[in-house]
Write a new protein. Structure first.
Length: 176
């Protein structure tokens, strides 16, 4: 029999230990995310995959907000975050610090997610876009690469927070 573990049996690090542990060189940038539930989910997923920082850009709401807290489940207190009004300035700033900025989007020229091992940078900032309009075209134009998740159904889109889980896991595998 394979017994399901209880929460206290998972041997998770404490909030203090998490804050002190070395993070993976991954930054998440949210580009005008509208859904508060999606924002909270980004916090929770970023905590799970040991992300260094989240930037909340443009109209993306910030904690504390009841709907964000409901899905973040406390991760808004463990993951370092900052709000930036201007995503273009942020992208340029990160690139000047040798951070590889990758937009997660579908464009004419992309790196498929299964091929990210070809990207040789040490540190990445992953830009996730608005639920309706995706990543801003100006940000795509500035990005060092565009990463696409292969999809095999009829919809050719994923909820942005689902997208985050898929992409962050692929990047986290580089560091474990």
């Amino acid at each position: 029999m394979n017994k399901k573990l209880k929460l206290w049996e998972l041997d998770r690090v404490s909030e203090e230990q998490f804050k002190e542990q070395e993070k993976y060189p991954l930054i998440v940038i949210l580009d005008d995310i509208r859904s508060l539930s999606n924002i909270g989910t980004f916090f929770r997923t970023s905590d799970a995959f040991n992300v260094e920082k989240i930037y909340l850009c443009g109209i993306t709401a910030t904690p504390p907000h009841r709907e964000i807290l409901k899905t973040a489940l406390g991760a808004q207190d463990t993951v370092v975050w900052e709000h930036r009004e201007n995503i273009v300035e942020l992208v340029k700033e990160l690139q000047s610090q040798q951070v590889h900025v990758a937009a997660i989007e579908q464009t004419e020229e992309t790196v498929m997610l299964q091929d990210i091992h070809q990207l040789k940078a040490e540190k990445f900032a992953l830009v996730f876009g608005n639920e309706v309009n995706g990543v801003n075209q100006e940000v795509i134009n500035l990005a060092d690469s565009v990463i696409e998740i292969p999809q095999f159904g009829t919809k050719h889109s994923l909820n942005v927070s689902v997208c985050a889980g898929v992409v962050l896991w692929e990047f986290a595998k580089r560091y474990i």
